[in-house]
Design a protein around this ligand. Structure first.
Ligand code: FES
Length: 295
């Protein structure tokens, strides 16, 4: 007996060999041939399914969501870009570190400079770097699309990168609570920018400060040992600093652990290596009994 699908999804051709054709619905087919549904499941189990794994469980960040560049009004090759005079001096210093024939090795620091000047790594920034380093623009695009530190889309004044990898998810109060606090405070979900253009919020993988979890990177600074309250206070201070006048500057907490502990020291204090450091001035015998032996 041969089983085959008809063009209608509701009918199955049951073809007893060699002659008669019976057209049966799936329900009727299972009544007459109870083993059919099980056989069907066994058959479909062996049908190869597409294998894929998403890069991230969260929304994709702008900088790496596109593997290709598409011209936009704010990001296309006809927008001119030139390095500032100050950055041109820095470029000269950077290039002096490399033999002239290997100056393309400076592609990463130059892209970083361009991003800091322009606000993001636009196609014009990449083209200018390629021109300066005398390398094919495609080679520069390859670098800029590989490293997530290069934002190929504009980001807010404060780029909030929250680590949600396992140690940060489990450490302290857990990064899930921080995601919730940021989302509530800024009114945006990961992968978005606030309407005033001040904050862009994304989730990222481990930033290497797991011992002070949970933590966030805002622009170049790490803020660690976060709690929902401390991250809200920090975001409020950053917003105030963006609108503050020079006569009333806003106070922003210093980067590092927000609990006041020093770097990653035990917050309960020292639990080992508590003996005084060995010091010959204070710990050697002073009665002269060992002087002769020393000679
Ligand atoms: S897991 Fe968050 S910094 Fe390493």
């Amino acid at each position: 007996m041969i089983e085959s699908r008809t063009s209608s999804p509701h009918l199955i051709n049951i073809i007893p060999l060699p002659s008669t054709y019976l057209l049966l619905s799936p329900a009727m087919a299972s009544k007459f041939f109870p083993a059919l549904p099980r056989a069907g499941r066994q058959l479909t189990r062996h049908v190869p399914r597409p294998q894929f794994r998403p890069f991230s469980a969260g929304p994709q960040r702008f900088s790496d969501s596109l593997a290709v560049h598409r011209n936009k009004p704010n990001n296309n090759p006809s927008i001119p870009f030139k390095f500032s005079e100050q950055n041109n001096q820095l470029i000269e210093e950077i290039l002096a570190r490399y033999p002239p024939q290997y100056k393309k090795a400076a592609v990463m620091p130059l892209l970083d400079l361009g991003q800091r000047q322009h606000g993001f790594t636009s196609i014009s920034v990449m083209n200018e770097v390629a021109r300066i380093l005398e390398m094919p623009p495609m080679r520069v695009y390859e670098v800029a699309t590989f490293y997530t530190m290069y934002n190929r889309e504009p980001v807010g004044k404060y780029f909030v990168q929250l680590c949600t990898t396992t140690p940060c998810q489990l450490g302290g109060c857990g990064s899930d609570k921080i995601v919730k606090a940021i989302t509530e405070h800024l009114g945006i979900t990961p992968g978005h920018t606030t309407k005033d253009g001040l904050f862009t919020f994304i989730e990222v993988e481990c930033l290497g400060a797991c011992v002070n979890a949970p933590m966030v990177q805002i622009n170049d600074d790490y803020y660690e040992d976060l709690t929902p309250e401390s991250i809200k206070t920090l975001l409020t201070a950053l917003k105030e600093s963006a609108t503050a006048t020079s006569s009333s500057p806003a106070e922003i907490v210093a980067p590092g652990p927000m609990t006041g502990r020093s770097t990653c020291e035990n917050s309960a204090g020292l639990t080992n290596l508590v003996d005084p450091v060995w010091d010959p001035e204070t710990m050697m015998r002073k009665d002269g009994a060992l002087d002769g032996q020393a000679q």
